[in-house]
Design a protein around this ligand. Structure first.
Ligand SMILES: Nc1nc2c(c(=O)[nH]1)N[C@H]1C(S)=C(S)[C@@H](COP(=O)(O)O)O[C@H]1N2
Ligand SMILES: [Mo]
Length: 321
């Protein structure tokens, strides 16, 4: 395991990196990506839904951010989702997100920055080298996945716009496409879905701008064309299909905090010792292991404590949940 890599949860779950890499290499050699597009059947998806996902996004593995745990299958990653704009069912995003229009797409960065700017998504894809990083995703609903995301650190983009000294927080505003998003009729969330981070969290190298997964452009249901991944926080912090990033002085009131502040906090750091008021957060179900497989222990900061705990030194994590 490379230096600084996150220790695996259980030895039984390990796929040695070398095995995984060679399998990946073999798939590339065999040109299975192209085959899947042609047949539209390899993953059991119809071609309309698979088409976007089959567009390649070459990425270089970054061993600094690598888990050796068994990866969640591509099928599970793209068919068991939370994306309430398309419905609250786990398969709704897979079912309905093909209507999301991902081009043209711009991302506006504004607020407390010296150089506010609107970027075209295709320019952001070229802004930095695309890396592959294997991250845990731990949903607040006590299930988890291990996902090879493709992208680069959010800090790379934020530095371009030069945050001012007043930039204490970062707010993410996500897309609203009436007509294309059947879930918007549900008023659970006061759309758009928004999320936020403290500036040091946003600038942390682990915080990732994600454009792809499994070496391909993000499927719509995973937040195409660009989402964030913040692996030490519950999944709801990782906003999908971002259209605006606002740097602000005051802590933004994010979607879930607005809905139920007693259940969902701004920080939302994964914490097995702080239960959700309606369920425990001590263990999790690994998607793909089968419903009756033993649950695995949830780790503090989702296993990323060594890298991120210092940012919360002196804070009461029971109050700042
Ligand atoms: N715009 C938007 N982003 C969102 C959500 C959402 O409903 N809308 N759900 C969040 C939740 S609860 C989780 S667990 C992750 C799921 O990401 P995945 O479906 O790619 O695994 O996306 C997050 N980002
Ligand atoms: Mo979630």
């Amino acid at each position: 395991m490379p230096k600084n890599a996150i220790p695996p949860i259980a030895a039984s779950e390990i796929t040695p990196e070398s095995v995984w890499l060679s399998r990946r290499h073999w798939l590339q050699q065999a040109g299975l990506g192209a085959l899947a597009l042609g047949s539209g059947g390899l993953l059991g998806m119809d071609s309309a839904r698979a088409a976007g996902a089959e567009q390649k996004l070459p990425a270089t593995p970054n061993p600094e951010y690598w888990l050796s745990n068994k990866q969640t299958s591509e099928k599970d990653v793209s068919s068991y989702n939370n994306f309430y704009e398309f419905g609250t069912g786990k398969t709704d995003p897979y079912e309905y997100a093909d209507k999301l229009q991902t081009r043209p797409w711009t991302i506006t960065i504004e607020g407390e920055v010296a150089k506010p700017r609107t970027f075209d998504i295709d320019d952001l894809l070229k802004l930095a080298a695309i890396e592959e990083r294997v991250y845990r995703l731990r949903c607040v609903e006590a299930w988890s996945m291990v996902i090879p995301w493709n992208g680069y650190s959010l800090s790379t983009l934020l530095r371009k716009v030069e945050p001012t000294s007043k930039a204490k927080y970062v707010e993410f505003i996500t897309a609203v496409q009436p007509g294309n998003m059947p879930g918007l009729n549900d008023r659970i969330i006061d759309w758009p879905y928004t999320e936020g981070l403290r500036i040091d969290e946003a600038m942390h190298p682990l915080t990732m701008l994600v454009f792809g997964v499994y070496g391909k452009m993000l499927p719509n249901q995973n937040g195409a064309p660009m989402r964030v991944a913040i692996p030490w926080k519950y999944g709801f912090k990782s906003g999908k299909s971002i259209v605006k990033i606002r740097l602000v002085e005051k802590m933004p009131v994010t979607s879930w905090v607005k809905i139920a502040p007693n259940e969902y906090g701004f920080y939302a750091n994964v914490n097995p010792d702080v239960p959700h008021p309606r369920w425990s957060q001590a263990t999790e179900r690994r998607i793909g292991d089968g419903f009756f497989a033993p649950r695995v222990d949830t780790l503090a900061f989702n296993g990323y404590g060594e890298q991120v705990a210092a940012m919360y030194a002196g804070m009461d994590l029971r109050k700042n949940y």
